[in-house]
Design a protein around this ligand. Structure first.
Ligand code: 4AD
Ligand code: MG
Length: 482
């Protein structure tokens, strides 16, 4: 193919009056004269000036929104408003037509709900160009952060036989014939006949395998897809999401909190520096959006201010017990405005409580620690019971404004007797996790880690409000299109 130049580099150049070839998709075609093309290399379009008197009419007709075209012409300094360069076309070739009657993306504002239905085309809008550039930058920044600190990137299995979180929210993986399932004598499905010779599922977390690796490399992280078959139809939940899970040997909860805070600040600041154009676009998009809301629902900070605020302030650290005291005496609790009232210690926090703490009370990211053992997973390290005999674990959840839980993690229970005792209490089969327990038998050591929900991070940094808009093809109950 003829060598093309990217729109991004043409918009930045001052080397005018030379022949160039650009290829891209038509965004608009005005007055049979000005084509705006976008090739995805940046958010901006380049303007093509068509010599309309000398261009065949049937070619002009085929220059429609969405069509792919190749243009060769002279790059000139533009005198028009709004652009510095343009291409005076000498030849225009249609690479792929786009029927204007049928192409669903028109040069106007579409709702995000509508765009979700055409997720295969929504990348071609400015908003999704910006969102996915930021998503790319954040994932690159995460690898860079851990690489700079000497962490080893582990690829943990997608198909497993264990339920890492012990919550039973798993998608089954099987090749058994549903119309003719093999049965055991007592009538249960006989998984010994299945592909792996046992029941398997898609992973809900790479943590358990990550811990095994941390017990050799000292510090590792995973970054991969995870699956939860929870029936949550919210703007914060996906059935398939990407998770980053670092795991560090010879580390306690303090170290874990510090690592998480450092990572969050590093990647947010990377995005601010490397996605200026995109974040500025998203910032103004949000400001426009805010204008349509009643005054009391508008946020106090713009997107960029919010990101900077997060960089310049220490995350608020407090224990679950302290949080319960704040919530119990809070206005919405006293006035019975919470849907779930906080009456006693031990209650699980709902998102309304998390949002109150983060958005109303502290107005900054919050790290909540030392949750009641009964509402957390089996692998978390057991604290000494407090003066009132209440049992807590060395857990931490990091809550973000507008998001709620961004990170969940803990110091791990490294003491074999305490771990097996807890597994027994929770009915977690020890035989299946023999390999996990082995690390506690052979050179066990204090260690800690956490999981960051990648899409929740992308939500925060882009200021988007629905998690389905920050992953290319969202999976959620009753939806697996594309
Ligand atoms: O709190 P979770 O369930 O923790 C774990 O999976 C641990 N094994 C992590 C660890 O310690 N290594 O999930 C971690 C994070 C949550 O804080 C949230 O950001 C995200 O994963 N998350 C989801 N994101 C989108 N959709 C869902 N359904 C999510 N469930 C959890
Ligand atoms: Mg959690």
């Amino acid at each position: 193919m003829i060598k093309r130049e990217k729109v991004k580099s043409l918009l930045e150049t001052t080397d005018f009056n030379r022949d160039v070839t650009v290829m891209g998709w038509v965004r608009t075609f005005r007055n049979n004269q000005f084509i705006a093309i976008n090739d995805g290399s940046c958010m901006g379009n380049i303007q093509i000036v068509v010599d309309f008197a000398n261009t065949a009419e049937d070619l002009l007709k085929r220059i429609t929104t969405g069509a792919a075209i190749a243009v060769t012409g002279t790059l000139i300094e533009s005198l028009g408003k709004g652009q510095k360069v343009e291409v005076k076309a000498t030849t225009i070739e249609i690479l792929g037509d786009s029927d204007p009657e049928k192409f669903p993306l028109q040069p106007k504002k579409h709702s995000l709900e509508f765009l979700r239905e055409i997720a295969h085309l929504r990348f071609r809008t400015n908003t999704f160009n910006a969102v996915f550039k930021v998503r790319h930058a954040l994932s690159f920044a995460i690898h860079q952060f851990y690489n700079e600190r000497g962490f080893v990137y582990m690829h943990t299995p997608v198909i497993t036989a264990s339920d890492a979180e012990g919550a039973g929210e798993m998608f089954k993986v099987t090749t058994l014939d549903f119309d003719n399932t093999p049965r055991t004598e007592d009538g249960k499905i006989d998984f010994s006949e299945d592909f792996f010779g046992r029941a398997t599922n898609l992973t809900v977390s790479g943590q358990l395998e990550g811990e095994l690796a941390a017990m050799a490399f000292g510090q590792i992280y995973t970054f991969g897809p995870t699956f939860r078959a929870e029936n949550s139809n919210t703007t914060r939940h996906l059935a398939e999401f990407w998770m980053i899970e670092p795991e560090v040997a010879f580390a306690d909860l303090e170290d874990n909190m510090q690592l998480a805070e450092d990572m969050m600040k590093y990647v947010i600041s990377y995005a601010l520096e490397n996605c200026k154009e995109e974040i500025e676009f998203l910032n103004s998009r949000l400001l426009e959006d805010e204008k349509t809301k009643p005054q009391n629902e508008r946020s106090e900070l713009s997107l960029i201010e919010k990101l900077n605020f997060c960089l310049n302030n220490e995350f608020q650290r407090l224990t679950y017990t302290e949080a319960i005291a704040i919530l119990r005496s809070s206005k919405p609790n006293q006035k019975k405005q919470f849907k779930y009232l906080i009456n006693e210690w031990g209650a699980d926090l709902q998102s309304e409580h998390e949002r109150f703490l983060v958005e109303k009370h502290f107005k900054k990211p919050v790290i909540l620690t030392d949750y009641p053992a009964d509402i957390k997973s089996f692998y978390m390290r057991q604290n000494e019971p407090d003066a009132e005999g209440r049992k807590t674990v060395a857990a931490m959840d990091i809550l973000f404004p507008g998001i709620g839980e961004m990170i969940g993690g803990s110091q791990r229970e490294e003491r074999l007797d305490k771990l097996t005792q807890r597994m027994q209490e929770l009915n977690i089969p020890q035989e299946e996790l023999w390999w996990y327990l082995d690390t506690r038998k052979f050179g066990s050591a204090p260690h800690a880690g956490f999981g960051l929900g990648f899409e929740r991070l992308v939500l925060f940094v882009t200021g988007m409000t629905n998690i389905r808009d920050v992953i290319a093809f969202p999976r959620y109950p009753k939806n697996a299109e594309f």
